[in-house]
Write a protein that binds this ligand. Structure first.
Ligand code: GMT
Length: 383
């Protein structure tokens, strides 16, 4: 198939899923055309991974003094229609409804005027439903574009139910979960190698706690620092934070205020998180809400269990007590106590590490999930 993929190219889970999906599809022999205002960050240096089957088309958004807000959604629709025509696309797959789904709807109509069919699939990821989409100014058009899509997928059953309840959507929606390539996201082959790599951040007796996000308020990065501070009071430990965003300075300020700044490493945005995650003992994901929690899945594939919150779709990924631990939002004391107990019980930690990797392989491996998308596209094309 020739598939056009549109996503937010910036640091965020929906862009990661879209990019990794494109790469996996290209590996299976499909031709993938990314259409976005800049190249998705996870695609950087990886255009060749799909054996020459990955292309990127930039959407230029020209401005004019009359426009207070440059109309990206229109520029995107135009480019989608052009790319679909010039490269004979079979379908478009848009990630995150706003505004991508509306642009795809316009592109479909533009091609239909020339008698050409261009179906589109919308994948809902999270705040497009739980936050932004519920804003009164976006709700009617978001609902309309979901209803009008030729196929709709959600990344968890939680998000599927939420879409049906909050948007009154009546059309079928399929759950296709987030996935991870378990060959790329993997633990170190031997313990000596891991110990050597960990020395970048920690001494041998020190635990490494990690956090990976876009540092938006929903991720509660400040809670991450609070949890770590309690852990570090009781045992030697280091905290590694990957990513950047609006709450980074609040987290940095707190680390300084608590006097633990030498043990807290802010790495900023990183392209190869698969090389960093296996260094950790635990991932901290104290989010206010996660429709799925891709960061926790990537960590699990690297044999790193999470201390996380029992919110949204997270319980569909993490089996509490088996391959991670779940707590109420904001209960930093309980999360710190649990981290300390686990780090102090190497046998239990090892069992949880093994269970985390096994769950990632058995339920969320790219080799299982990507074919679900392929089948879904085939269904849409034969509708
Ligand atoms: O909804 C968002 O915050 C945006 C989105 C993103 O681009 O970061 O994140 C969501 O999509 C991820 C990939 O499908 C999920 O794993 C995240 O749980 C989800 N974030 C939230 O629901 C807050």
């Amino acid at each position: 198939m020739r598939i056009g993929i549109t996503c937010y190219p910036t640091y965020g889970g929906s862009g990661v899923v879209a990019t990794e999906l494109g790469i996996e599809l290209a590996r299976l022999g499909h031709e993938i055309h990314f259409i976005s205002y800049s190249q998705p960050f996870r695609l950087s240096g990886r255009l060749n991974e799909g054996g020459g089957g990955i292309f990127y088309h930039e959407v230029p958004v020209s401005n004019y003094p009359l426009f207070e807000f440059p109309p990206y959604d229109l520029a995107l629709a135009s480019r989608m229609a052009e790319v679909a025509e010039y490269y004979a696309l079979d379908l478009l797959h848009v990630h995150y409804a706003i505004p991508h789904s509306v642009s795809a709807l316009l592109a479909r109509q533009m091609l239909a005027a020339n008698g050409r069919r261009l179906p589109f699939v919308t994948t809902l990821h999270g705040t497009d439903i739980t936050l932004v989409g519920l804003d009164r100014s976006y709700l009617p058009i978001t609902r309309y574009s979901i209803q009008q899509s030729d196929g709709v997928t959600c990344i968890s059953n939680y998000l599927r139910e939420k879409t049906i309840q909050d948007f009154g959507v009546t059309r079928p929606i399929e759950t296709i979960t987030n996935f991870v390539n378990c060959d790329v996201y993997a633990p170190f082959a031997d313990e000596a190698q891991r110990a050597e790599a960990r020395a970048r951040f920690a001494r041998p007796q020190e635990a490494i706690l990690m956090h990976l996000s876009n540092f938006r308020p929903v991720k509660r990065v400040v809670d991450t620092v609070k949890i770590f501070a309690s852990v570090a009071r009781e045992r030697p430990a280091q905290l590694v934070l990957i990513g950047d965003g609006p709450d980074r300075s609040a987290a940095e300020w707190l680390a300084h205020d608590l006097g633990i700044q030498c043990q807290v490493h802010f790495l900023g945005k990183q392209e190869r998180v698969n090389e960093l995650l296996p260094l950790a003992d635990l991932l901290l994901m104290p989010s206010e809400l996660e429709s799925f929690g891709l960061a926790a899945l990537e960590a699990m594939a690297c044999k790193v269990p999470s201390i996380a919150t029992r919110v949204g779709g997270v319980p569909e990924l993490i089996d509490d007590g088996e391959n991670g631990l779940l707590f109420p939002v904001g209960d930093v004391d309980a999360m710190a106590a649990a981290a300390l107990a686990l780090l102090g019980d190497p046998a239990r930690l090892q069992a949880m590490r093994d269970a985390a990797r096994k769950a990632a392989q058995k339920r969320f491996c790219a080799s299982l999930v990507v074919p679900q998308y392929v089948r879904f596209y085939e269904q849409v094309l034969t509708q």
